[in-house]
Design a protein around this ligand. Structure first.
Ligand code: HEC
Ligand code: HEC
Ligand code: HEC
Ligand code: HEC
Length: 434
């Protein structure tokens, strides 16, 4: 039998000792608690806790920056956080929204901490307003939806629900307690995604950094007698999908006075506009990249929760990706000016259509079939225009899409005007008299 050399025996012994040591170390590491980044949470937060100050004990940087949203008061050319009236800025809106609540009051949006105060003080709510209006305004909601069910929440009158909705937007609108992962909290978003066969639970972290904003920054309507909060997304989230959706269900928010057009008021479709193939969306950029950029406080690096216009902190908001911040902010100005100029031209076209339709509607001999065609065009033109007007970035989120939509809206408005004239040439002649 051949003898095993001494050197081999020694080597084998060394290998065995090393392996045993490694296994021991691995066992030790496995039995340790999972690593905590920075610190251990100080308090356990109850599920759906409405009070953000409780969460704030664990996350003071996020909480203190979040509180700043109550004080922001700086205006930018087309945005910012100052309480200014859109109706005073552009009196055309009084005509465009005649006969409905937005012609009474329509203000610039402000910070998240002011959401509850602003909705409770608006002249647009009254005794008949449903509780649904609180859906995007408060961190009390997730728990209320769980306790009373969304249906009862929507059906309760706004003034009655006010006793239970006591906090502005807060941590519970975007985060799961303790795990702090981003979640869908609005049942209407959950339903809208399901209707499209989508499951947010499988979304990537980067997708959630935009999707969490879609809890609120979207177009919606109140469905049926129960005033059920619904996103018109079952055909998709593009403007054409939404136009088709409202046509299919024959929905109208109000009837335009004297013209008789059944109208749709668009809310704030930031998510839909941004995700309609914008350059940034295509490049994988999320809402939070621009609106909640990483910030440093000493050694701590965190997402600022002082959500506001990125133009007020372009160095951090844009500078993370763009080296020439002056160049890109100048691009924002130009894009917004171009979209604004086009938007005003569209408004003039829609107002011309409204006047022509009103005149034709007052004519007992008007051709009602052609007049209805004019109304259908007016409805669509204004819905499209409002998709850009109610979106809060003055086109920046998706410049090409905003201009495409406005071009179509202007064309439809002028077609509506021509149809109205065709329906009643007499009305036009009468109006031309001095
Ligand atoms: C590439 C950067 C960028 C991304 C991504 C982005 N935004 Fe913006 N957003 C802006 C800029 C720039 C403005 C214009 C601000 C102004 O006019 O003061 C703006 C304006 C807004 C406003 C109005 C702000 C104000 O001061 O009135 C809201 C609300 C908003 N964005 C929400 C969103 C949401 C929701 C998303 C994702 C769906 C998103 N944004 C994605 C850059 C971005
Ligand atoms: C409007 C939605 C929203 C609200 C409200 C909100 N957060 Fe966040 N939060 C985010 C987003 C988006 C991120 C980025 C998450 C990521 O990158 O995965 C984030 C990240 C965090 C993180 C991870 C670390 C970091 O800074 O990136 C913590 C902790 C956190 N938030 C705490 C809070 C606390 C505490 C509150 C309430 C005071 C709060 N958040 C309110 C959207 C929100
Ligand atoms: C729970 C609903 C809700 C969620 C979630 C939400 N927002 Fe808002 N957001 C609002 C409301 C409501 C306002 C207007 C508040 C007001 O005018 O009083 C607003 C205002 C804003 C403004 C304007 C702030 C200003 O100072 O003018 C920006 C920008 C904004 N949100 C961006 C975002 C982004 C980005 C996200 C996702 C990270 C997000 N929001 C998530 C409801 C929400
Ligand atoms: C997370 C990265 C990121 C952030 C943050 C970001 N951008 Fe961009 N931006 C991009 C990418 C990627 C492109 C695509 C073109 C490219 O590669 O330069 C782009 C393109 C642009 C363009 C050209 C758009 C076009 O349609 O061709 C402008 C203008 C712009 N960004 C402005 C801004 C402004 C203003 C901000 C801050 C409010 C900002 N960006 C924040 C990544 C970012």
């Amino acid at each position: 039998m051949k003898r095993i050399p001494l050197s081999t025996l020694i080597l084998t012994a060394i290998v065995i000792v090393l392996a045993a040591g490694l296994i021991g170390t691995l066992f030790f590491l496995r039995s340790q608690p999972p690593p905590q980044r920075g610190f251990t949470p100080l308090v356990e937060v109850a599920p759906m806790e409405p009070d953000s100050s409780v969460w704030g004990v664990n996350y003071p940087n996020q909480y203190s920056t979040f509180l700043l949203t109550a004080q922001n008061d700086t205006q930018t050319k087309y945005g910012g956080s100052k309480l200014i009236s859109k109706l005073e800025q552009d009196p055309r809106l009084l005509t465009l929204f005649a006969g409905m609540a937005f012609s009474k009051e329509y203000n610039e949006d402000r910070g998240h901490m002011l959401s509850l105060q602003d909705v409770q003080e608006t002249a647009r709510v009254n005794e008949t307003t449903p509780g649904t209006c609180y859906s995007c305004k408060s961190s009390s909601n997730p728990r209320l939806w769980a306790e009373m069910g969304p249906e009862a929440f929507y059906e309760t009158k706004f003034f009655d629900l006010g006793n239970r909705v006591t906090t502005p937007i807060g941590c519970a609108n975007c985060h799961e307690a303790n795990t702090m992962r981003l979640i869908v909290t609005n049942p209407a978003l959950q339903q809208a995604l399901e209707a499209q066969g989508k499951d947010w639970q499988t979304a990537t972290r980067q997708e959630m950094r935009s999707l969490v904003c879609a809890n609120c920054h979207v177009e919606y309507y109140f469905k049926g007698e129960g005033k059920h909060l619904t996103f018109p997304w079952s055909n998709g989230t593009g403007i054409e999908d939404i136009v088709t959706y409202y046509a299919e269900i024959g929905f109208a928010d109000w009837k335009y006075p004297d013209a008789g057009t059944p109208m749709v008021k668009i809310q704030h479709p930031e998510y839909e506009m941004y995700t309609a193939d914008s350059t940034h969306f295509r490049a994988g950029v999320a809402c939070a990249d621009c609106h909640m950029p990483y910030t440093r406080d000493g050694a701590a690096k965190f997402s600022t929760h002082d959500v506001k216009s990125p133009l007020l902190r372009a160095e951090t908001a844009c500078g993370a990706c763009h080296t020439d911040v002056t160049y890109v902010t100048d691009r924002v100005k130009r894009i917004q000016d171009q979209v604004h100029e086009t938007l005003i031209a569209t408004e003039d076209a829609i107002i011309a259509a409204i006047n022509a339709i009103k005149a034709a509607a007052a004519d007992p001999n008007a051709d009602t079939t052609v007049l209805d065609e004019a109304r259908a065009l007016h409805r669509e033109a204004q819905l499209r225009w409002d998709f850009v007007a109610a979106e809060n970035s003055m086109g920046f989120h998706n410049p090409a899409e905003a201009l495409r939509i406005l071009a179509r809206a202007t064309d439809q408005a002028r077609q509506a005007q021509l149809k109205a004239i065709q329906a009643s040439p007499q009305a036009l002649l009468a109006r031309a008299q001095p």
